[in-house]
Design a binder for this molecule. Structure first.
Ligand code: DC
Length: 216
């Protein structure tokens, strides 16, 4: 049977990953977080000062709905979420050799099972034939506020709101102004602006679009 694929792109903090993960769980799709792949490369770059693509043994495992990331035998799932890795991942993701390295891997994953894949260029470059494309966005202030609340709820001390907002704007600029596969809405993508929505409202909208598209 032909597998189903849903591409969800959009800027940082729009809720792509939490929404995709939840909806994938409800529909029995695999959720693939492609940002995590760039983050492993960003982590490496921070730690070693080089990309080291020739020796990079990137792998993923799905355990209880969670995507775990490995660099060789090392589980880097937690380390790639560190604040400083976000910027390094964004910088590394602008390099053509990094994008080329990850392209085949992402396409392979989408051939094996029904997927919801989220990122920046899934609908435009990685899966141009995805059955459904969604461009998920929200105002930067909304995204910064959600990030701030998320960190607090996780028991962490968040950086000041203004700092989070500035970082989000810098990443938006980096991700959408780069030459290689910039962040942009595919012409055939459905635009979903989640500003002011609750999580459940946004998740239901995404779930509804997928059900409608595939008659589920
Ligand atoms: O989604 P994220 O914040 O974990 O992604 C980290 C960085 O990786 C982000 O700044 C842009 C880059 N990225 C990309 O260029 N293309 C993708 N498909 C996914 C992420």
């Amino acid at each position: 049977m032909k597998v189903r694929s849903v591409a969800i792109d959009g800027p940082s903090g729009a809720g792509k990953s939490t929404i995709s993960k939840t909806v994938a769980g409800r529909l029995g799709f695999i959720y693939v977080d492609t940002g995590a792949l760039y983050r492993v490369i960003g982590l490496r770059f921070l730690e070693t000062g080089a990309l080291g693509l020739d020796t990079l043994k990137l792998s993923l495992a799905f355990a209880e709905g969670e995507q775990r990331m490995y660099d060789g035998g090392r589980d880097v799932t937690e380390d790639i979420r560190k604040h400083e890795v976000s910027k390094a991942a964004s910088d590394c993701s602008a390099l053509p050799e990094v994008r080329a390295f990850l392209l085949g891997l992402q396409r392979e994953m989408a051939m094996k099972s029904d997927v919801i894949m989220d990122g920046r260029d899934i609908g435009t470059v990685v899966l141009p034939d995805a059955g459904l494309k969604i461009f998920l966005t929200a105002r930067p202030e909304d995204r910064a506020r959600r990030r701030f609340d998320q960190l607090q709820q996780a028991g962490k001390v968040p950086p000041p709101y203004e700092q989070i907002l500035a970082d989000i704007k810098t990443r938006d600029h980096n991700d959408s102004s780069r030459k290689e596969a910039p962040l942009r809405q595919a012409p055939d993508a459905v635009l979903l602006d989640t500003t002011g929505n609750t999580f459940e409202q946004s998740a239901s909208l995404v779930e509804g679009l997928i059900r409608e598209r595939y008659g589920l």
